[in-house]
Design a protein around this ligand. Structure first.
Ligand code: NZQ
Ligand code: ZN
Length: 393
């Protein structure tokens, strides 16, 4: 087992953490660009609390509102313009993964003279991998993506029907204020999707890893089991702060690199396929994951059987006849799909009104955006174009 682990984001966890926003942000700048989504933070009063805290610490606040779910490159450009026009020297992201992702690319775009889309990996060498960005503070209002404490962002381009990612160390937020109270207003469906997203982040590492990682496996299983225990509680009663806390922490841990360290994890095949479908249909990210992940699992279990057997045994308490017991692996996947249905996630594209007309296009497009150099999608096992078509079908 070998790995480098780097994550410089300072985490402050706990109900009421938002009151420290001004104090934390003032360490990095005086003129803050405050980025928000479609209005939920205004309705909940969170926006006013953030502005008050920033202003009390002596910061001037400039707003970029209206970042949409599946954030568009046009929103990034708009945010960068507002930041430039107002000489902003720090960016504050207040919202879900979409707002945080847009904020990351805004923070880098302010210091880049070219087209921000250059920074998004879209099928060839990045034209520009960002190496500098304004300091960023994140305050997630939805527990899902883990974007608050990682170096990735996912952006869509309507003109080219692409949705893809950028990863760069300069995009790590300086600090993240994890305030589970802010997630109390998240509606049931978004809470379910958040649970699905975070679990998928863990399974993408756990089930695609190529090395023996007993400690990481236990961390991963701990995150999955905690999300499966507290997620349904948060969905049943949105005001259950203890449940919200556990889901929030699970979401951050699921994609800050900690559980993935050492696994030699090769690729995020489920995410890569989902991003392509999202680019065509603008569906909720985790709704796409809930459909694709169990199908991908059934495909991958034939190759990486022992890991799936471990998943079935340790997550669902099933008994196997040994590490090559495919029936046990498949039974665990059935149980996982049943869990997703029980929390209200779709598990077939037809539930979203999407038919199979464009499936070959999704497969080609996924491989155009990312492949291993031999035309296969990275993962365990590698996926050919036909494999992608079969899984999506
Ligand atoms: O836009 P507003 O009005 O804020 O409403 C949002 C939005 O409608 C709402 N919401 C957020 N916080 C709320 C709330 N509603 C009530 N109360 C609150 N406290 O929830 C809706 C969805 O928000 P969004 O930010 O789109 O959701 P999520 O956090 O799931 O982010 C999804 C995006 O993140 C990308 C996805 O592809 C997608 O574009 N991802 C980013 C990753 C990363 N940076 O590491 C990894 C992920 O795998 C994912 O790909
Ligand atoms: Zn995700």
């Amino acid at each position: 087992m070998r790995f480098d682990y780097y994550n410089p984001t300072q985490l402050t966890f706990g109900a009421g953490s938002i009151s420290r926003l001004g104090e934390v942000t003032a360490k990095y700048g005086k003129r803050a660009l405050l980025v928000t989504g479609g209005g939920s933070v205004k309705r909940s009063g969170t926006f006013d609390r953030a502005v008050k805290s920033l202003e009390a610490a002596g910061l001037s606040v400039f707003e970029c509102a209206g970042v949409e779910p599946n954030p568009k490159i046009t929103s990034v450009k708009r945010g960068a313009t507002i930041a430039r026009e107002n000489d902003c020297d720090v960016v504050v992201a207040l919202g879900g993964g979409s707002t945080m992702d847009a904020s990351k690319v805004i923070a880098a775009s302010v210091l880049y003279d070219g087209d921000p889309w250059d920074m998004i990996f879209h099928g060839q060498e990045n034209v520009h991998v960002p190496t500098e960005a304004l300091p960023l503070i994140t305050i997630p209002t939805l527990a899902a993506t883990g974007s608050e404490a990682n170096n990735g962002a996912v952006i869509s381009n309507e003109d080219t029907q692409e949705k893809s990612f950028v990863k760069a160390d300069c995009l790590y937020p300086k600090a993240a204020l994890l305030d589970p109270e802010l997630t109390l207003s998240v509606p049931k469906n978004q809470t379910s999707y958040g649970v699905c997203d975070l679990i998928t982040h863990v399974t993408e590492g756990y089930l695609n890893s190529t090395d023996t990682t007993p400690i990481q496996d236990r961390f991963a299983e701990g995150v999955i089991l905690t999300a499966m225990e507290y997620g349904p509680k948060a969905i049943a009663d949105g005001s259950d702060l203890e449940a919200r806390e556990q889901v929030q922490w699970a979401a951050t841990l699921a994609l800050n690199g900690w559980v993935q360290a050492g696994g030699g994890s090769t690729g995020y095949p489920v995410h890569m396929m989902e991003h392509t479908v999202s680019a065509y249909h603008d569906i909720t990210h985790a709704a796409g994951l809930a459909i694709i992940n169990p199908a991908w699992m059934r495909f991958a279990a034939k190759t990486n059987t022992a890991k799936f057997v471990q998943f079935s045994e340790r997550i669902f308490g099933l008994k196997s006849n040994g590490p090559d017991d495919l029936d046990c692996a498949l039974a665990g996947i059935d149980r996982f799909e049943t869990f997703l249905k029980s929390i209200g996630c779709p598990t077939r594209f037809s539930e979203l009104g999407i038919d199979d007309k464009l499936i070959e296009t999704y497969a080609k497009e996924t491989l155009r955006i990312i492949n291993d150099g031999n035309g296969n999608l990275p993962g365990v096992p590698l996926m050919s174009e036909q494999d992608i078509i079969d899984v999506l079908k």
